[in-house]
Design a protein around this ligand. Sequence first.
Ligand SMILES: [Zn+2]
Length: 81
Amino acid sequence: MKFKSETMKKVIMGIAATRPDEIGCDTCYEYLHRFADMLKNGEDPAKVLPLVQHHLEMCGSCGEEFEALLLALEALEADIS
Ligand SMILES: [Zn+2]
């Protein structure tokens, strides 16, 4: 079976948009620190907070926010040690 990629994209986006367990940017932001902490502790936040992981992959602005947070945490650690 072959799909035009644009059609496939619409199908995927349609599924994503109707997922009942989708979280929004506000919720994602609430969990961002916990997510980053777990990552820093060598845990697997994607297993505990899969919806946050999903949102970070889907949402450009939250992804950037998350990267900035990670950098800030690293800077903080460098300061302490
Ligand atoms: Zn977002």
